[in-house]
Design a protein around this ligand. Structure first.
Ligand code: CUA
Length: 374
């Protein structure tokens, strides 16, 4: 049965997008597409039969001019016909169920040698952890080609759903339990991952990119990612943060000054240093800075906002931010603090990330507070 489905699926060239389906790039895709095509074709055939019969009978038995006779002894029952139009559709529906069940079982059962990735969904970003390589990615998922990958997924807050159309896989991510999903990508390349469950205001921005690499390239890339934030010289930390960490902040915090779910990062350092940021409890950063204050160093306010975002919520915002405690290494938090401090060096006036910023060597490395860098 499976080979029949795969054949139907293969009849339409499987890699490219078709009228009904997006591009396909996983081992289960031909089965899903084959089943879809099979059901579609059956529907086309029956649609044609029913419409043809409709026109044929409408014309053949139409009322003719001047003929008002009524035929009262037409046939009321035909056993052969009844059995045919009950039997054939029943058999077709059973075949559909059988093929669907087979595909479903295959989609639900990850092969034993799967490569595991832990997924955390939260409003509104994805985090992917690779235990095998001690690598954490944000809104980017790098996976090997031609090896089954199993995602073990948890939600920090509400219902989300992980969906990769090119792989034909989708699974809800439910708070309070783990769910899983597996796929085997067949084509190296880049694919779009969506959140497919409405999870609040910025649901439509909850996106990630899947990178599929051949195994040897994959290992090299993972090795690099594992050491990334340790290998980077201090002077490059702001550039590292804006390119590798900011994507987790991007759905709520703009770089161009526009207000999102959270305050814009533009000017945030200056607002902190000048103490002008006001909180919902009526205090301001200024009240808490100064000698001995909780935010005597502006760095502490940034750090606290990342690991304890509910401690002080900025006026005009709802405190929707989740804590990133445990999700970021200390050096990554350092990198984010330095990014805020030197934001004008990695982001231009319009809020675009500068591709290769000139960070001025060791100057940017000083972690000491000297007020705004202007
Ligand atoms: Cu998460 Cu929609």
């Amino acid at each position: 049965m499976m080979s029949l489905l795969t054949m139907i699926g293969a009849a339409a060239p499987s890699k490219e997008a078709t009228f009904w389906m997006p591009e396909s790039a996983s081992t289960v895709a031909p089965m899903v597409d084959g089943l879809m095509d099979f059901i579609n074709i059956v529907c086309y055939i029956f649609f044609a039969l029913v419409v043809a019969a409709l026109f044929y009978f409408a014309i053949k038995y139409r009322q003719r001019e001047g003929d008002y006779t009524f035929d009262s002894d037409g046939p009321t029952h035909n056993m052969a016909l009844e059995i045919t139009w009950t039997g054939i559709p029943t058999i077709i529906v059973i075949v559909m169920f059988w093929l669907g069940m087979q595909t479903y079982m295959d989609l639900r059962t990850a092969p034993a040698n799967s490569y595991d990735v832990n997924v955390t969904a939260q409003k509104w970003s994805w985090t992917f952890q690779h235990p095998e390589f001690a690598v954490t990615e944000a809104n980017e998922l790098t996976v090997p080609a031609n090896r089954p990958v199993r995602l073990i997924m948890a939600s920090q807050d509400v219902l989300h759903s992980l969906y990769v159309p090119a792989f034909r896989v989708k699974q809800d991510v439910v708070p309070g339990r783990y769910t899983s999903l597996w796929f085997e990508a067949t084509e190296p390349g880049t694919y779009q991952l969506y959140c497919a469950e409405y999870c609040g205001k910025d649901h439509s921005l909850m996106l990630a990119t899947v990178h599929v690499l051949p195994w040897d390239e994959y290992q090299t890339k993972m090795g690099k990612l594992a050491r990334e934030y340790e290998d980077i010289p201090d002077s490059q930390l702001p550039a590292y943060a804006i390119n590798r960490l900011y994507n987790r902040c991007a759905s709520c915090h703009s770089l161009d000054g526009s207000s999102g779910t959270g305050p814009s990062f533009k000017g945030l350092w200056d607002r902190t240093v000048n103490g002008t940021t006001e909180f919902t409890n009526g205090q301001s950063v200024g009240d808490l800075s100064g000698p001995g204050g909780e935010y005597e160093l502006a760095e502490n306010y940034i750090r606290s906002s990342i690991v304890q975002p509910q401690r002080h919520v900025v006026q005009g915002f709802t405190g929707a931010m989740p804590s990133f405690q445990g999700q970021l290494k200390e050096r990554q938090i350092d990198a984010l603090v330095l990014m805020m401090k030197h934001l004008d060096q990695v982001v231009d006036a319009d809020g675009n990330i500068i591709e290769s910023p000139n960070l001025g060597g060791d100057d940017a490395a000083e972690p000491e507070q000297e007020g705004a860098s202007e």
